[in-house]
Design a protein around this ligand. Structure first.
Ligand code: 13P
Ligand code: SF4
Length: 304
């Protein structure tokens, strides 16, 4: 059944000149039909160069908006219309505009997990894999980092020479994980290295052997000589890694490490989107797009 549906999707995407992009939190069956699977930085870069006239983003809304910002001439679809990222909706443009007035000499650095509207007042955009590099590279010494306080704290700790103001937003899925869960997992698997996403709380990240983006975590586990890993991000990464390195032992840091938003998209949703029976086409008004894409362009320029 799955193979049949995958075959139909592969044929349809070729026939309709569609590029399927999938975030690494998608399930294995969705990743298998994608032209490209990656973290949010790699997806943004790929979106720019994809030659197809249509893109289906299997991920969450801000990722599809990023594709539309970078490729306004393309038809861009979000494969499941309700797949949003709660963190992206946490901060309102007008509120941040007021905060900006309070700190006029601070550059606003926005995590890519934000709405297109909020990006219009950001000076720079970053992803989890590019945040440290970009915050180091920008000329400004003072940075107002929005919205993720955990990622912001991680970046701040890597760049002590700069001044950071952080606001208290974040990812409900990653922020739910507590220090005692890491300690329990380490006790259970004493030989395993702990790999966590920087959206985790600082006290969780402090116990990690490696902190990085979804792709960063996967690369680390694949390339490492070590054989056991506790994975501190969405549990789909445990599954993908187990396929990629069957000889290694991979443990979920918590059985609750599940992003309900990323889990919405299924293989039948991708099919429905391709056949015009599902998904949602993304539209951005040109004024918002032009204002928001500036910080994404800078991100790609500085992120390399
Ligand atoms: P990445 O930058 O690792 O893709 O993270 C995106 C995300 O939403 C993690 O929760
Ligand atoms: Fe958003 Fe967190 Fe889900 Fe990533 S894991 S999409 S940041 S809610």
């Amino acid at each position: 059944m799955i193979k049949d549906l995958q075959q139909k999707i592969l044929e349809l995407k070729k026939e309709k000149d569609v590029c399927i992009l999938a975030h690494s939190y998608m399930s294995e069956d969705v990743c298998e039909v994608a032209d490209f699977v990656g973290d949010s930085y790699a997806l943004a870069v790929k979106a720019k160069s994809a030659p197809q006239s249509t893109v289906i983003m299997c991920g969450v809304r801000f990722m599809a908006e990023t594709v539309k910002m970078l490729s306004p001439q393309k038809k861009v679809y979000l494969s499941h219309s309700e797949a949003g990222c709660p963190m992206a909706e946490q901060m309102d443009r007008d509120v941040i505009a007021e905060v900006k007035k309070m700190y006029p000499d601070y550059a606003v650095v926005a995590y890519i997990n934000t709405t297109a509207e909020l990006k219009t007042i950001a000076d720079y955009c970053v992803t989890s894999s590019s945040a440290v590099k970009i915050c180091k590279a920008i000329p400004e010494k003072n940075i107002l980092f929005i919205p993720d306080i955990n990622l912001g704290t991680y970046v701040k700790n890597q760049i002590p020479e700069k001044n950071f103001k952080l606001l208290s937003g974040g990812c409900p899925t990653h922020a739910r994980i507590e220090k005692n869960e890491v300690l329990a997992a380490k006790k259970l698997h004493s030989e395993a290295l702990v790999l966590v996403h920087p959206e985790c709380r600082p006290e969780v990240a402090a116990l990690a052997d490696y902190i990085g983006s979804t792709s960063g975590i996967m690369d680390y586990a694949i390339k490492s000589d070590k054989k056991e890993f506790i994975i501190g991000t969405e549990n789909s990464i445990v599954q993908h890694l187990q396929f990629k390195c069957p000889d290694k032992k991979l443990y979920a840091l918590s059985k609750n490490f599940i992003c309900p938003n990323m889990k919405l998209t299924t293989l039948p949703d991708v099919y429905a989107c391709l056949t015009g029976n599902g998904g949602e086409e993304i539209f951005l008004d040109e004024q918002t797009r032009v204002a928001a894409v500036k910080c994404i362009d800078k991100m790609i320029e500085l992120g390399g």
